[in-house]
Design a protein around this ligand. Sequence first.
Ligand code: ADP
Ligand code: MG
Ligand code: MG
Length: 208
Amino acid sequence: SSREAAGVVVGLLEKVSEMLEESKDELGKLDSIAGDGDHGIGMANGSKAAAQAARAIADQGAGVATTLSAAGDAWSDRAGGTSGALWGSLLTAIGAALGNEEAPSLDSITDAVIAGRSAVQRLGGAQVGDKTMVDALVPLVDAFVSTDGDLKAKGEAAVAAGQAGAESTVQLVAKLGRARPLGEKSLGTPDPGAVSLVRAVKVVVEQI
Ligand code: ADP
Ligand code: MG
Ligand code: MG
């Protein structure tokens, strides 16, 4: 059921939050090269708040859509920054596509990851090549959709494609966001938001 799936989602958010807490300093250092250095703290705070909000509402019997919407709102509120707002809308859009009625299926999860990508691109306006999390998210979702197999096979292909996308940002100059004024300095370093996105998806896929 969607209520059972909400319990699974809570566990996944808790794992992602643990990983981001451990990655806090490293992600902060990456963001300090051409940004303002707050990406680690923002992701750690946002994901922690999201996991807590998800646990609270799922324990009351909420379905996946309601649980992910609460998580998205909490992430956006507590992370601050551009990536917090983008992660908030990513989670909310995935939840809305999954709904509160049916248990998630391979088809509905596929629709949901496409909806999540659209939400991030609609809100942030970034395209591939702008040196943002979109450089990881677009190939990641493409690979998920186009790979034949079960959820695990699709997820593993998605992570591999996302890693290649994040790696591709090393050679790019940032054109958007806080990193833009210092864009030239970003050459030679991967985009922090692309790196953290792929790590978070990897944690999720490892639980499947
Ligand atoms: P801020 O830039 O507000 O300090 P963070 O440091 O938490 O927020 O996040 C920075 C990351 O946000 C970047 O590395 C990039 O991946 C992502 N980002 C910034 N602007 C955009 C955008 N317009 N679209 C998509 N991602 C973006
Ligand atoms: Mg920052
Ligand atoms: Mg900031």
